[in-house]
Design a protein around this ligand. Sequence first.
Ligand code: NAP
Length: 247
Amino acid sequence: MNNISIGSIETALVTGASGGIGRAIARNLADSGRFVYLNYHSNEKCAQQTLDQIKKQGGNGALVQFDVKDRDAAETAVKKIISEKEKIDILVNNAGIRDDKLMVRMKEESWHQVLDTNLTGFFNVSRLVVKNMLSKRYGRIINISSTSGQIGQAGQVNYSASKAGLIGATKALAKEIASRNITVNAVAPGFIETEMVDGVPLEQIAQSIPAGRLGRPEEVADAVRFLCSRQAAYITGQVLGINGGIC
Ligand code: NAP
C-alpha cells in the first residue's frame, strides 16, 4: 500500500506563476504545505504579490526569474533550486503565451515564439527536474495544455499545435518514468478568466459553453493539487479537461 502522508515538506516549481492560472496553482500548493518556487518571466510585481499573499497565509516560497525559452537559464535555475532543497517533488509547466492569427496571415516568428514557449519551454525546464526525480524515485509533473490542443481552435494553429504537442510529450514521458514512482499528467483548461483571454468576446463564448460560464483559475488549481497528491499515484499519462463540458 502507498504511504499517502507527506513525510517531509515537498518542493514545488510552478512556471508562469505571475499569471492568472499559475498564481492560483502556486497559492493552492503553498496552502497545502509545499514550499513553492514561483517562476516569472517579466512580471516581477505580480509574482512578488503572490508570494506575499502566500506568506501572509502561513505558507512559504521564493521567486525564481527565468525565460522558459532559454534552456541555459532554466537549467541554471533548476540547479539552484536543487542545491537549496535537494529535490523537486512537483513541477507544474504552466508558462504559456498565445499569438492568434489565421494561419495564412501568421508570421513565422509568431509560430516559433508560441512553440518555443509552450512546448520547448516544457523540455527546457523538465529535463533536469526529471533527472532529480529519477534519483529520488518520486515526482509529480503536471503540464498545462488546453482544449485547443485537444480539439483545435481556428486562429490558433500555433497555440493548438504547441498544446497538442504537450499532450504527446506528457504521454510519452509518463511511460518512460512510471516505474520510478513519477507521474506525468496534463490538464487541459477551456476558457478560464485570466489576462490571457483579454480581448476575447467572453459573453458570446460563455453561451457556447455547456456550463454557461467561464472557468476560474482556482478550479484549475484544485485539479492540479489533486494530481500532485500521493492519492493520485496510479494516474499517469492522462489529460484532464477542465472546460465546463466543451469536449
Ligand atoms: P497569463 O495570465 O497570461 O499568464 C501567463 C504566464 O506565463 C505569466 O506568468 C507569464 O510570465 C508566463 N510566461 C509567458 N512567457 C514566459 C516565458 N518565456 N518564460 C517564463 N514564463 C513565461 O495566462 P494564464 O491564463 O494564466 O495561462 C497559464 C497557462 O494556462 C498557459 O500555458 C495557457 O496556455 C494555459 N491555458 C489558459 C487558458 C485560459 O483560458 N486562460 C486556457 C487553456 C490553457 P510573465 O507575466 O512574468 O512574463
